[in-house]
Design a protein around this ligand. Structure first.
Ligand code: MV4
Length: 450
C-alpha cells in the first residue's frame, strides 16, 4: 500500500514532516504561498501546488484552497503541523467529509478540547488535578458571583472557554475590579470567538509550565512520553524548552502521568497530544490540552528515541504502530533553543535576506531548520528560523553543549535572538533550574517589561 500526504504548512515543520514521509515511503505534496516559493521542503516534494498570495488567511489558513490542492493531487491525508489549521475542528471536519484523512484526532475531539470548560471536565473525570475554580454558568446575581469568587479566593483568572494559549483571559486582584473585568472578558470573548462563555480559576501566581506528551492509537491504547518544561517564555512565546522537567515531586508526577494516559484511553485519543499544566508547590494543575504536534517535540524525541512525527503519520494512515509504555526508555536531558528572526532586545521581527550562515553540528546536537544562506525570510509569518537541540547525560552538560553549538552558529543579514539565548544559558537562575513562567519578563528582562 502506498500513501500520499499533503503537507498543509510551511517552514521547519513542513521540512520535518517531509523527512518523516520519506522515511515511511509516503509520497508528498507541498503547498505554498507566492511568498514561499523558495522554501527548502519544496525541493524534496513529489509535487507542489501554489495555494495563494502571502497573507495566511488567503493561503495556509484557506481551507478551500488546501482542499482543492488535495483533490487535484489525489492525496490520502493532510498533515497540518502546528499553527494555521492544526487545531481547527471545522477544517478537520471538512477533510473528513471530503474523504481526506486529517492527520490528527477527529474533529469531534479537537472541538471538545478547543472548548476549555469541556476539556477541564474531561481531564477532571480522568483523575487529572485541575486548577480550582468555577466552570458553571455565571449567576445573574452579583451577590452569588461574589460568593463563588470568595470561595475560590483572590486573585482569580477569568478565562474564555473558547480561548487558550493566553487569549481571552484576565486576572482579577480584588472585588473592586471583578464585575468590570467579567463584563469586558465576556464581551471580548464574544467578539473574538463568537462565544462569550467564561469560567473562573484561582490565579496560580508563580508556577512553572510543565507539559506531558501523549500518544494514542485512536482505539483506546495510549502512552505518555514524559514531561517537558517550557517555563522560559515571553508573552506566551516559548524560547527554551527542555525534557524532562526536573525537580518535580515524584508522587505527583507518577499520578499525573497515569491520569494523562487514562484521559487518552477514555476518549480514545488518536495521534500525538500535549497536556499542559501549571506546576507550583509540588502540585500539577491542568490548564489545557493541545491536539497537535508542538514546536518543542524534538526534546521529547531526543530523550526517548521515539519519532513523534512518524507516529502521527503511522497512526493516521493505519500502519503498524508499536505502542507499549514499557518500551519507552528515558535517557539523558535535552534542551531546545528557538532561534527567531527578531531583535534580541526589542523583540521586533527582523525579516530579510540571509546573506551568510553557518549551522551547528556534532555529537548530541540536532539542528531543525528550513533556512539557508541566500534565503529571504518573508515578513508574513512566524519568526521561527531554527531549533537547536542538544542531548547530553545531564542538564548541566546539555546546557554546555548548547553554548558550544551556539558558538558555531551564525546568521548574517538579519537580526536574531541568538545573543539572548547565550545570555539566558549563562544565567544563574536558569542554571539552578529556579526560573518560573514570570522569570524572563519580570526578572531577566525587567527593562523591556511592560
Ligand atoms: C493561568 C495562569 C495562572 N493561573 N491560569 C497562559 C496561557 C494559557 N495556556 C494559560 N495561561 C495561564 N493560565 C491560572 N489559573 C498563568 C498563565 C500564564 C502562563 C501559563 C503557561 C505558560 C506561560 C504563561 C505566561 C503567563 C500566564
Amino acid at each position: 500500500m502506498s500513501y500520499k500526504v499533503l503537507i498543509a504548512n510551511r517552514g521547519e515543520i513542513a521540512l520535518r514532516a517531509m523527512r518523516a514521509c520519506k522515511e515511511l515511503d509516503i509520497k508528498t505534496v507541498a503547498v505554498y504561498s507566492t511568498a514561499d516559493k523558495d522554501l527548502k521542503h519544496l525541493k524534496f516534494a513529489d509535487e507542489s501546488v501554489c495555494i495563494g498570495p502571502p497573507s495566511p488567511s488567503l493561503s495556509y489558513l484557506n481551507a478551500a484552497a488546501i482542499l482543492s490542492a488535495a483533490e487535484l493531487t489525489e492525496v490520502d491525508g493532510i498533515y497540518p503541523g502546528y499553527g494555521f489549521l492544526a487545531e481547527d475542528a471545522n477544517f478537520a471536519e471538512m477533510c473528513e467529509k471530503s474523504g481526506f484523512k486529517f492527520i490528527g484526532p477527529s474533529s469531534e475531539i479537537i472541538k471538545k478540547m478547543g472548548d476549555k470548560i469541556t476539556a477541564k471536565t474531561l481531564a477532571e473525570e480522568s483523575g487529572i488535578q485541575i486548577v480550582p475554580g468555577y466552570k458553571g454558568e455565571i449567576p445573574k446575581s452579583e451577590d452569588e458571583v461574589k460568593k463563588i469568587v470568595n470561595k475560590i479566593g483572590y486573585p482569580i483568572m477569568i478565562k474564555a472557554t473558547a480561548g487558550g494559549g493566553g487569549r481571552g483571559m484576565r486576572m482579577v486582584k480584588d472585588e473592586s475590579a471583578l464585575f468590570n473585568s467579567l463584563e469586558i472578558t465576556i464581551q471580548e470573548a464574544q467578539s473574538a470567538f463568537g462565544n462569550g462563555t467564561v469560567y473562573l480559576e484561582k490565579f496560580i501566581e508563580n508556577p512553572r509550565h510543565v507539559e506531558v506528551q501523549v500518544v494514542g492509537d485512536g482505539k483506546g491504547q495510549a502512552i505518555h512520553l514524559g514531561t517537558r518544561d517550557c517555563s522560559m517564555q515571553r508573552k506566551h512565546q516559548k524560547i527554551i524548552e527542555e525534557a524532562p522537567a526536573l525537580d518535580i515531586n515524584e508522587l505527583a508526577l507518577k499520578e499525573t502521568l497515569e491520569a494523562c494516559v487514562s484521559l487518552c484511553k477514555k476518549i480514545k485519543y488518536e495521534g500525538v497530544g500535549t497536556i499542559e499544566f501549571l506546576y507550583e508547590n509540588n502540585e500539577f494543575y491542568f490548564i489545557e490540552m493541545n491536539t497537535r504536534i508542538q514546536v518543542e517535540h524534538p526534546v521529547t524525541e531526543m530523550i526517548t528515541g521515539y519519532d513523534l512525527v512518524k507516529a502521527q503519520l503511522r497512526i493516521a494512515l493505519g500502519m503498524e504502530i508499536e505502542l507499549i509504555q514499557n518500551e519507552i526508555d528515558f535517557k539523558g536531558h535535552a534542551i531546545e533553543c528557538r532561534i527567531n528572526a527578531e531583535d534580541p532586545i526589542t523583540f521586533q521581527p527582523s525579516p530579510g535576506l540571509i546573506t551568510k550562515m553557518h549551522t551547528p553540528g556534532g555529537f548530541g546536537i540536532r539542528y531543525d531548520s528550513h533556512i539557508y544562506g541566500g534565503y529571504r525570510v518573508p515578513p508574513y509569518y512566524d519568526s521561527l528560523l531554527s531549533k537547536v537541540i542538544t542531548l547530553a547525560n545531564t542538564r548541566e552538560s546539555a546546557i554546555k553543549r548548547m553554548l558550544s553549538a551556539l558558538d558555531e552558529f551564525f546568521i548574517q543579514g538579519i537580526k536574531t535572538n541568538h545573543s539572548l539565548h547565550q545570555d539566558v544559558l549563562r544565567d544563574k537562575t536558569f542554571a539552578e533550574n529556579k526560573h518560573t513562567i514570570n522569570y524572563l519578563e519580570k526578572e531577566f528582562l525587567p527593562n523591556n517589561y511592560e
